[in-house]
Design a protein around this ligand. Structure first.
Ligand code: HEM
Length: 341
């Protein structure tokens, strides 16, 4: 009987010891894991709503940009229950999208959109289908004449239609034609001789920042990035606002300054942090076409018209605050176009 009791108490002690041992083991392995898998920091989320209360719904990109100043260039926010890793600043966004293009190159698939597109198309697709469609789109755009004569003619036609619309309002002639362009038709090849116009267009794109959070990416595999562990399938926002307005890259990040793109002799200079079309394997497919359109529309319109606020409104009174939709758009407002010819 006594022997049984001794055995019984021995078993209890052994069991207790084993449990304590396992607990200690679990604790240490967990803390080592946490150490190894340090996740990007971020504001403390609330259950269900996450960090939604931290975000300005009208300007989420601005709030995220401000949060990056507090939590660093790689940080986590919860949009409701959804975890998002935000990448901020030119160097970090470039390191992720260009140097780690494969790991950060998948698109977040939004269920309703994938349902509609059946995962075909380019924007909301991944894998082989995306690769094929992207290649096809780029080839087709090239065949269609992206950057060549055919599309140039089409864009010029469109621009003339737009000018006819202005003409209907019998706009007033007020200023002379730009001395750089003169009276003849502007062509794409004129861009290199119009460094100031080119710099102004770039500066508008930089400051206007029309796709402020790019499009959502996801990680295609686990990755340790700048010392932080990011799990495969995590949604990633490359915060283009923080690139286009990066204080370490631009002399006057928040004010309009075409000199950002001009050297001391007035020649156009490219800037690495000019990334409105994003970068890496998911960068905008339509960049060349969009750049050509912007140049032709802008220079032809300015060649023919001088734009002013409507009578009774000063330039300072114009509300240029953009409205947030899929992209940042100008809010509707009235302008006067005064014919210059
Ligand atoms: C000023 C005009 C434009 C801007 C600022 C712009 C900007 C962007 C940005 C920031 C992205 C996301 C890239 C990323 O996920 O990292 C994108 C993707 C894309 N853009 Fe544009 N875009 C413009 C015009 C166009 C045009 C004219 C086209 C079509 C001809 C186009 C087609 C696309 C496509 C298909 C994608 C998805 C690429 C992919 O997921 O592989 N874009 N664009």
């Amino acid at each position: 009987m006594e022997l049984l009791e001794v055995l019984h108490s021995l078993t209890s002690v052994t069991l207790l010891g084993a449990v304590i041992f396992l607990l200690v083991l679990f604790f240490f392995s967990r803390s080592r894991n946490v150490e190894q898998r340090k996740e990007p920091p971020g504001p403390r989320p609330l259950p269900l709503i996450g960090n939604l209360l931290h975000l300005d719904p009208m300007n989420p990109h601005i709030t995220l940009w401000e949060l990056s100043k507090k939590f660093g260039n790689v940080f986590t926010v919860y949009l409701g229950p959804k975890k998002v890793v935000v990448l901020a600043g030119y160097k970090t966004v470039k390191q992720a999208l260009v140097n780690n293009a494969d790991e950060f190159g998948d698109r977040e698939l939004i269920p309703i959109l994938t349902e509609i597109s059946q995962e075909h198309g380019i924007i909301f697709a991944n894998g082989e289908s995306w690769k094929e469609m992207r290649r096809f789109a780029l080839t087709t755009l090239k065949d269609f004449g992206m950057g060549k004569k055919i599309s140039e003619e089409k864009i010029i036609d469109e621009c003339q239609n737009l000018m006819e619309v202005f003409e209907q309002y019998k706009v007033q002639l007020q200023e002379e034609l730009s001395s750089v362009i003169g009276n003849r038709q502007v062509r794409v090849e004129d861009r290199k001789n119009l460094p100031y116009t080119d710099a102004v267009i770039h500066e508008i794109q930089r400051l206007a920042n029309i796709v402020p959070m790019s499009l959502p990416h996801t990680t295609s595999q686990d990755i340790t990035f700048q010392g932080y562990f990011i799990k495969k399938g995590t949604v990633v926002y490359p915060l283009l606002t923080s690139v286009l307005w990066d204080e370490t890259e631009w002399e006057t990040p928040l004010s309009f300054n075409p000199s950002h793109f001009l050297d001391k002799d007035g020649k156009f200079v490219k800037r690495d942090a000019f990334m409105p079309f994003s970068a890496g394997r998911r960068a905008c497919v339509g960049e060349s076409l969009a750049r050509m359109e912007l140049f032709l529309f802008f220079s032809i319109l300015l060649q023919h018209y001088r734009f002013t606020p409507p009578p009774g409104v000063t330039e300072d009174e114009l509300d240029l605050t953009p409205t947030l939709g899929f992209t940042l758009n100008p809010s509707p407002h009235q302008l006067c176009a005064h014919s210059r010819v």
